[in-house]
Design a protein around this ligand. Structure first.
Ligand SMILES: CSC[C@H]1O[C@H](OP(=O)(O)O)[C@H](O)[C@@H]1O
Ligand code: ADE
Length: 291
């Protein structure tokens, strides 16, 4: 049995490790969906066992379209993760959401076009509810953690829509303005698939989005480039670790009940006896309790 952790962290651009993690074990997992982005780092965060994964790999070698989303989420499930916190770099689509601010989105718009975002198929059909794609309880704890830190000059925006684009190129001005006209707050390239797969795996998921830029719509700011956001990525990585540490402590003290933990209860349509044995085996970790 591999070491278990109830809380998982997906580190995005800029956040490739958690400095406060002690007694770490590197765990390389194989999953029925291939290899995750990197080894999981399981360790002790002020007395709480957590599993950390750098979603682009610790050396940032995977573009968003190459991310093994299913393997990453399945790996978290294998480690026993029930609450998953994503830390992600995002561009701002609203004037009042400024670089270095934090956003805890509650909605997504999917603008990706060639990604697999389900564990189902191959003889088993399931449709999870995804009206509320982010776990509200976990998002609330993240928000309380941010507020408790009172980080100078950093505003917290609780709620908002995250546009998930394919990338890796950034948006055109026309696209950026279109997303603004839809009322979206932030744009990134990674969180939608994770949120969907986490829900299918009955893991509560929430995003701590760390703003690096104003994308390309703002007339008073240069269009986003990697070079111009490096500094903000570093600053955000420091702040993200503070927020995660505080969130983990609160979660450990009061783990909330989340609807995500029973998301599959009414989702599986295929008569159990019709599900191919191979598929049952492949998805056993996720569907066994409903067979
Ligand atoms: C470094 S800018 C673009 C890159 O950053 C975000 O990654 P992550 O969500 O893993 O922090 C964005 O989604 C893009 O992948
Ligand atoms: N402007 C932007 N668009 C997409 N992903 C991003 N990640 C950080 N900034 C971004």
């Amino acid at each position: 049995m591999v070491t278990q952790a109830k809380i998982g962290i997906l580190g995005g651009s800029g956040l490739y490790k958690m400095d406060a993690l002690k007694d770490v074990q590197e765990i390389s997992l194989e999953t029925p969906f291939g290899n995750p982005s990197d080894a999981f780092i399981v360790g002790n965060l002020e007395g709480v066992s957590v599993a950390f994964l750098a979603r682009h790999g610790r050396n940032h070698h995977l573009i968003p379209s190459e991310l093994p989303f299913r393997a990453n989420i399945y790996g978290m499930k294998q480690l026993g993760v029930e609450y998953l916190i994503s830390a992600s770099a995002v561009g701002s689509l609203k004037e009042e959401v400024k670089p270095l601010d934090m956003v805890i989105p509650d909605q997504f718009i999917d603008r990706t076009h060639h990604r697999v975002s389900t564990f189902f198929g191959q003889g088993v059909v399931a449709h999870i509810g995804f009206g509320h794609p982010i776990c509200p309880q976990l998002a609330a704890i993240l928000g309380e953690a941010v507020k408790s830190l009172a980080l100078p000059e950093i505003d917290l925006h609780q709620g908002g829509t995250y546009v998930c684009m394919e990338g890796p190129a950034f948006s055109t001005i026309a696209e950026s303005n279109l997303y603004r006209s839809w009322g979206a707050s932030i744009i990134g390239m990674t969180n939608l698939q994770e949120a969907k797969l986490a829900r299918e795996a009955e893991i509560a998921y929430a995003t701590l989005a760390l703003v690096t830029d104003y994308d390309c719509w703002h007339q008073d700011h240069d269009h986003v480039t990697v070079e111009m956001i490096i500094d903000n990525l570093h600053k955000n990585a420091i702040n993200a670790q503070k927020v995660i540490l505080e969130t983990v402590k609160r979660l450990d003290k009061n783990p909330p009940v989340s609807e995500a933990h029973s998301a599959l209860k009414y989702a599986i349509l295929t008569p159990r006896e019709q599900i191919p044995a191979e598929t049952k085996e492949k998805l056993s970790l996720i569907i066994n309790k409903y067979l």
